[in-house]
Design a protein around this ligand. Sequence first.
Ligand SMILES: [Mn+2]
Length: 338
Amino acid sequence: MVAKDRFQEAVDLINSSGSVLVTTHAKPDGDACGCVAVLCDALRALGKTPQPLMLSPIPQWYQFLFDEKVPVLGEDIAAEQLKEGSLGEFDLTILVDVDSATQLAKFNEYLEQSGKPVLVIDHHVTADGLGDVQVKDPGAAGTGLIVLELLKYAGWPITEKMAEALFVAVATDTGWFQFDNTDHRVYESCAELVDIGAKPPDIHSKLYQNFSHERFKLMVTMLNSLELHLEGRYATQHILQRDFQLSGAKFEDTENLIDECRRIGTVKVSCLFVELKDGRVKCSLRSRGAVDVSAVAQKFGGGGHKMAAGAQLTGPLENAKQLVFEQIAAQLSESSRT
Ligand SMILES: [Mn+2]
């Protein structure tokens, strides 16, 4: 849980600010998008001027959380322009669902020279301490839970739209209540959000029955790349640059596709390798608990949680596959001994 003092420091910082830049980690997920949307709504209701900024494009299925197009750093605005104030001058930066410089891409350039206070609201174990005020709770299943608690602590109103966005944050970071981070606090908070007006069936269909044809084609290609190793305990899949070209899908369409192979009963760990434009390979790891995938990701300069983590490796694909395989094999033999 977050200490009351931390919440008060966050409230004080927000109350003393006028214009606020709100951003999150690159490749934003549901928790990231939901929290950015909610914080901007809360700030607006307080009479502040919030400016959301994304560090890479918002996946199409989270776009309903925003009334207006959110600018993307590196696409709609260059880091240089941000530093020069083209998007505005800000009294405060809020980093939500992130406290790791490696996840901030070119935004670091802005942070290093802004000289203005930074508020971090986050639940990741990986922590660089980027904030002047750190509202951190690694025990929270999603940052959405911490944002909800902050709003309640401050007594700031939570609208139906905000409840929906917070529900998206919590539901997606718990794999729609499937991961073992789904605790009492998750259900209790979601019940509160439903009371305010969040509609889980609507949200579920907006998120999961809403594939573009291109994304579905990409998923089919990925499924066909499935390999099982280590007596079926380790599953790998991959997506190459040419698969994006052939399907017409975008990079952000890969989100959550890794979860598909969790349906195979024997699979304890899975890895989705995605070839990047520069030839490096992004690997997303998921575990059912026997293997700590954040430890695997950290070996390659990445990070995350015990059950979900990621890193970027040097290509080509076969190189990345071999390096990750060695780590997983070592961890699985370790866990079968204990
Ligand atoms: Mn999160």
